[in-house]
Design a protein around this ligand. Structure first.
Ligand code: SF4
Ligand code: SF4
Length: 126
């Protein structure tokens, strides 16, 4: 069974994904294997960048692959920024509700997740 996020992708097309530029490979001490590729970001202010495609009224991160609500995945999963890592799907741990997840799914016509959407063999890697 696919992890529910791999059948969704809604949060990648709902919010502005903004974070400190130190998370990008523009910072010389950042490990390239984990940092966000700077070419997929745009500058917001002297300290912050946003994932390209997310700083607009109808956001969709340019790295979101596939079709929302069907089969979707992140094009830089291992290098995604902290806001993406921090946004957890509702009830992934069986008990914790995520308002951001529910809001994103609602925006794209998807029902909120429940604990039943998770199986022990679910994997999030694309
Ligand atoms: S966190 Fe929620 S909105 Fe984001 S991809 Fe997963 S299920 Fe969809
Ligand atoms: S970087 Fe990946 S996880 Fe983050 S918004 Fe873009 S596609 Fe989604």
């Amino acid at each position: 069974m696919l992890h529910p996020c791999l059948r969704c992708g809604a949060c990648c097309a709902t919010f502005r994904v903004a974070f400190h530029w130190l998370e990008t490979i523009a910072h010389p001490t950042t490990e390239d294997t984990q940092a966000v590729p700077v070419e997929w970001t745009q500058k917001l202010d002297p300290h912050r960048v946003a994932m390209r495609g997310t700083d607009c009224p109808e956001p969709r991160c340019e790295l979101l692959q596939g079709s929302i609500g069907d089969h979707a995945w992140c094009g830089i999963y291992e290098q995604r920024p902290s806001p993406c890592r921090d946004l957890k799907p509702s009830f992934e741990d069986g008990k914790t509700h995520s308002p951001q997840c529910d809001k994103a799914r609602h925006r794209h016509g998807l029902t909120p997740l429940t604990a039943a959407d998770f199986a022990t063999d679910s994997k999030v890697e694309a």
